[in-house]
Design a binder for this molecule. Structure first.
Ligand code: 13P
Length: 250
């Protein structure tokens, strides 16, 4: 059975104190999560949030990025060993904001994926198309190409540890969610791409999350689609009530 996951991507939001308050507020509202919950906080919050989460079943810590090298003269960067040393379990890779604003290429993301997996952490590998690409009808081909370039060098024993997040760029932060049918279509296409290379059993065991304007009102319908295994949530993960409702949407 594949895992149900709700991951909150705080992006570059919340001061240290406000982040801790958010974390405590969410924990107060969710006694026993029905899904694996991941808090993908900014780097400065990781240590303290881990201290809060570590005794709570079902809650995990995620980073929003990592560097592809082990260590060295990379000013401003954060290594996988550093992340591991503060209790990080998941690392978001290839978010469209990293691809677009920081020029992260498929080849770089393949390297980062290797680094995360070889250290025993779980990558949340993001993919998704722009509005132009969707309007041109080539969204499935585009997403397939991102997955092939970023992940298909992996052996089966590594691939089965990957979590994929489909995040159409036109739905991120816009309030315009993909319809449940649009999400299901893409998730099924991703699963079938993976099945073609790694077999149906492996494809069926991988969690594929939807991201893009997920909120308390639409989460239940999105998560009820057969190939949608949860969400990667931006704005709504910054509001304790909303995020708690999303976690309880399974
Ligand atoms: P929003 O939920 O704010 O649209 O952001 C989605 C996202 O980018 C999560 O990684």
């Amino acid at each position: 059975m594949r895992k149900k996951i709700v991951a909150g991507n705080w992006k570059m939001n919340k001061s240290y104190n406000d982040g801790l308050v958010l974390c405590y507020d969410i924990l107060d509202k969710v006694a026993e999560p029905k899904a694996t919950v991941v808090f993908c906080t900014p780097f400065i919050h990781l240590y303290a949030v881990n201290e809060v989460l570590k005794n709570r079943e079902g809650f995990f810590l995620g980073a929003q990025n990592c560097h592809q090298e082990d260590k060295g003269a990379y000013t401003g960067e954060t290594s996988i060993e550093m992340l591991q040393s503060v209790g990080v379990d998941y690392v978001i890779l290839g978010h469209s904001e990293r691809r677009e604003y920081f020029g992260e290429s498929d080849a770089l993301l393949a390297q980062k994926t290797n680094k995360v997996l070889s250290n025993g952490l779980t990558p949340i590998f993001c993919c998704g198309e722009s509005l132009d690409i969707r309007d041109a009808g080539s969204h499935v081909a585009h997403v397939n190409a991102q997955i092939e370039a970023g992940l298909f060098h992996l052996g089966a024993e590594e691939m089965e540890k990957v979590v994929i997040a489909y995040e159409p760029i036109w739905a991120i932060g816009t309030g315009r969610t993909a319809s449940p049918a649009q999400a299901q279509e893409m998730h099924a296409a991703i699963r079938s791409l993976i099945a073609g290379k790694y077999g149906a059993d492996l494809a069926n065991s991988i969690s594929i999350l939807y991201g893009g304007s997920v909120n308390a009102a639409n989460a239940k319908e999105l998560f009820s689609q057969p190939d949608v295994d949860g969400g990667l949530v931006g704005g709504a993960s910054l509001k304790a009530d909303e995020f708690a409702t999303i976690i309880n949407s399974f």
